[in-house]
Design a protein around this ligand. Structure first.
Ligand code: MRU
Length: 347
């Protein structure tokens, strides 16, 4: 299964806003439609956002009537700026844009050659994402044992990546393929319910046992000994702050409860999710529109004129993280030192 596909000069996306009731596709002929899909969470999840942005640049190149190379670069850079404004937290977005632009700029040849290389780079990135997630799944599966009940938040499955495995759910899927019996408890993940809608749908398709809990039930589930490991994805891992993990709102609360109950808490993320440049003060945590909180299915549930606060992400300090699972291996504390040891060939 793929979230994003390049087909006859168009980009086809699964519309994640319609899941689980409908499996619908969005056909994008224009890169602006991809930018809109990223903004509206029709495509979401850090690695998927990155690949979608790369595809938007590929589409820009493909549709371009640029008269020369400089004109084409300008069009690509203009689109890149627009894409950068869609969602500010997932670093994969910026990583992917930078990589495609660098590739285009470094290509020697005609305008047509650059167009071709840009498209090829986006397609390569989608394939690489799938391969990395599979490798990451294999590393992480070593930590899971037969009979484990694993907690997870948001959707860090194939829907959040280019396809097939996913990050946190990729670990569970590989363990399942290895014949281990793994059950999952998924936090519903208010306000837009990626856990209830997407994780539950994805795992059900794969035949993996899954139950959904309200976000507030996590402490009681830990207290009752119902969950013995917790896996989450990440939108950005901030290396300069000892690998603090930025992920879906609610992750930090889970990490605090997990520490109290001695439940191993793992973040699963490819190296493209690591931020080596910025510190926490420089990073924007996305705040989304209030109606995501004040309304359910378009119906207001909060009294009129009462405001809502809608942070999309939070920050989990490294002291609450047991290990970070990457495609290069499992990193234990002290994270910063061990990251450089494990990931000897950083991109
Ligand atoms: O707002 P979303 O749905 O894009 O948030 C997604 C998450 O928080 C995921 O955990 C993260 O992107 C990692 S997904 C592999």
């Amino acid at each position: 299964m793929r979230t994003i596909q390049w087909k006859d000069g168009k980009v086809i996306l699964i519309n994640q806003q319609k899941l689980p009731t409908e499996l619908n596709y969005i056909e994008c002929k224009n890169p602006n439609r991809i930018a809109k899909a990223i903004r509206n969470l029709e495509i979401r999840g850090a690695p998927a956002i990155g690949v979608a942005a790369a595809m938007a640049l590929a589409l820009t190149a493909n549709n371009s009537k640029a008269k020369d190379k400089e004109d084409l670069f300008n069009q690509l850079e203009k689109m890149a700026k627009q894409l950068e404004m869609t969602r500010p937290t997932a670093i994969n977005l910026f990583w992917a844009i930078e990589r495609v632009l660098r590739k285009a700029r470094s290509t020697v040849g005609t305008t047509e050659d650059i167009k071709e290389i840009t498209i090829k780079e986006a397609l390569t990135m989608a394939e690489e994402d799938i391969q990395k997630n599979k490798t990451m799944g294999k590393h992480g599966a070593d930590l899971l044992e037969d009979g484990d009940v694993v907690g997870t938040i948001c959707n860090a499955g194939w829907l959040a990546t280019a396809g097939e495995y996913g990050t946190a759910l990729g670990v569970i899927k590989v363990a399942h393929e290895q014949g281990k019996k793994i059950s999952v408890i998924a936090l519903e993940t208010r306000p837009v319910l990626q856990g209830a809608r997407l994780t539950a749908w994805e795992l059900k398709q794969d035949g993996i046992d899954v139950k959904v809990i309200p976000d507030g039930a996590i402490g009681y589930c830990f207290y009752k000994g119902m969950i013995n490991k917790f896996l989450c994805g990440a939108d950005r891992i901030v290396v300069l702050n000892n690998c603090s993990v930025i992920n879906k709102i609610g992750t930090h609360t889970v990490s605090l409860a997990a520490k109290y109950y001695h439940i191993p808490f793992y973040a699963v993320a490819p190296l493209s999710t690591f931020d080596f440049k910025n510190n926490l003060k420089e990073i924007r945590i996305e705040t989304r529109r209030q109606t995501e909180v004040t309304e359910i299915n378009g119906k207001r549930i909060v009294p009129a004129k009462v405001k809502a606060i809608n942070f999309a992400f939070d920050i989990t300090p490294p002291s609450l993280v047991t290990a970070i699972i990457t495609e290069k291996g499992i990193i234990y504390p002290p994270f910063k030192e061990n990251l450089f040891r494990v990931a000897s060939s950083l991109e």
